[in-house]
Design a protein around this ligand. Structure first.
Ligand code: NAP
Length: 423
């Protein structure tokens, strides 16, 4: 049975599915279709540039590409070059792993002022995503407020607060490093609408905040005595560990660190202040009342020039794809006959690469179970014809390896690569 399979999106969920298909259906033909010239999705454009260990997962993905029946088809965008209907006509199985790349809005006054950015845009900018390389965010002269208490918020704090020496071994893009280091940022605010015991970040990321060479974390408006109340045992343990770490951080000496991370708990943004550009942020104090988060009516302002909301993402749909809120409409991962979905576009932006791995592999196994046999669809050969007719030149994995070699050769001293940001 030679199944023709299209995986849309070349991030971790796409690659883990490809690996499962290649192992379980050795005769299948798999196209991993990607809108960028470069593979690996969030591993390249989302994972923090100073977390190179996490990026090593690409070695596994390269092994998947060693299968003769797996192709990387870059520079092909569904909705622009190929329609959803084209995919259904060409392939037996369509596996959507398109992630969630659109920033959620805070929905407050002033969100359109210059100096306000979503974390997807901001992180993509410093990670060299071609769509965001011209973002040139307004940084300084005052502080930066990062909204949200998740790992993305912590990633952004680190990237903004680290010295060039601390960025040794990273792949932070030169344009971003120069822009960040050019401003004398002293104050970073991380705004949590709930308390430390409810914070979404994980212990190893919280721990890193205590090891910044120039930035001292200060805990505001939380006495760190609350006991986390999670139903899930792992989440409970993580949150207890978070509290332990924060208590330790709180007791540390500032030494001569010139920068301050103000970890502001129990406050939600209600208005962004300024005329054309951000000049400040108005926050309302919050409290849990009968388990529900409520504003107390008491507000206070902080002076900042930049606001980055790190409050989560939605999936960017293409024409014809059924959506449900910010995700692809699906029933336990099934979108319609022969169409499956996994990762952040299935359930929203939650979980790390390892936690999404299992789900992606399970969905691929389900697709195999439900595969009815070869339908005579044209698969990769049909895609090649269609792309040629439409004058689209795809990028294959060998092309990518050349880009990668050039990026490594262009690395500045102490950096692992200098990413190519336009194609
Ligand atoms: P997240 O973990 O869901 O955190 C989002 C944060 O935004 C939460 O603190 C949330 O508060 C807050 N928030 C949501 N809506 C808000 C609003 N309207 N106003 C104020 N605050 C609001 O999301 P994320 O940080 O984007 O991370 C996404 C996923 O990627 C997570 O699973 C994360 O662990 C993973 N990730 C992992 C790593 C790593 O392993 N190193 C790095 C980056 C990301 P509430 O809790 O009150 O809703």
């Amino acid at each position: 049975m030679s199944a023709k399979i299209a995986i849309i999106g070349s991030g971790p969920s796409g690659f883990y599915a490809a690996d499962t298909f290649a192992k379980k259906l050795p005769n299948c033909q798999i196209d991993i279709i990607e809108r960028l010239h470069t593979p690996f999705g969030l591993v390249r454009a989302g994972v923090a540039p100073d977390h190179q260990g996490t990026k090593n997962v690409t070695r596994q993905f390269e092994r998947t590409m060693n299968n003769d029946n797996v192709r990387f088809v870059g520079n092909v965008e569904i909705g622009r070059d190929v329609s959803y209907q084209d995919l259904k006509d060409l392939y037996d199985i369509i596996f959507l792993a398109i992630g969630a790349s659109v920033d959620r809005k805070m929905g407050i006054t002033g969100e359109d002022l210059k100096g306000v950015y979503g974390s997807s845009a901001f992180v993509n900018w410093y990670n060299g995503h071609p769509d965001f390389v011209d973002l040139t965010p307004k940084l300084g002269p005052k502080g930066v407020a990062i909204i949200g208490n998740g790992n993305v918020a912590i990633d952004i704090v680190r990237v903004l607060a680290k010295s060039t020496e601390e960025l040794e071994g990273s792949d932070l893009c030169q344009h971003a490093e120069e822009a960040i280091q050019a401003v004398d940022l002293r104050d970073y605010y991380m705004i949590g609408r709930r308390g430390a015991a409810q914070a979404a970040f994980t212990p190893s990321e919280a721990n890193e905040l205590g090891h910044l060479a120039q930035c001292h974390p200060v805990i505001l408006n939380d006495d760190l005595t609350q006991k986390p109340q999670e139903d899930d045992l792992k989440a409970q343990k993580n949150k207890e560990k978070n509290m332990e770490i924060l208590r330790d951080l709180n007791g540390t000496d500032r030494a001569d660190k010139p920068k301050t991370l103000h970890m502001q708990f129990w406050a939600k943004p209600v208005e962004i202040l300024g005329q054309d550009c951000v000049e400040g942020l108005r926050l309302e104090r919050t409290a849990l009342v009968d388990g529900k988060l409520q504003g107390t009516g008491e507000t206070f302002d902080i002076e900042v020039s930049t606001i980055i909301s790190a409050i989560g993402y939605e999936t960017a749909p293409f024409d014809g794809l059924p959506m449900d809120g910010g995700i692809v409409k699906n029933n336990d991962g099934i979108v319609e006959d022969g169409v499956y979905v996994a990762g952040w576009c299935k359930h929203g932006p939650q979980g790390t690469i390892p936690t999404n791995r299992k789900e992606s592999m399970e969905m691929a196994k389900l697709a195999i179970e439900q595969f009815n046999g070869d339908s005579g669809k044209k698969g990769p050969a049909g895609l090649d014809n269609l792309l040629a007719e439409r004058n689209v030149t795809p990028v294959d994995f060998d092309n990518w390896k050349k880009i990668e070699a050039a990026e490594e050769a262009a690395a500045r001293p102490g950096r692992v690569r200098e990413k190519q940001v336009s194609f």
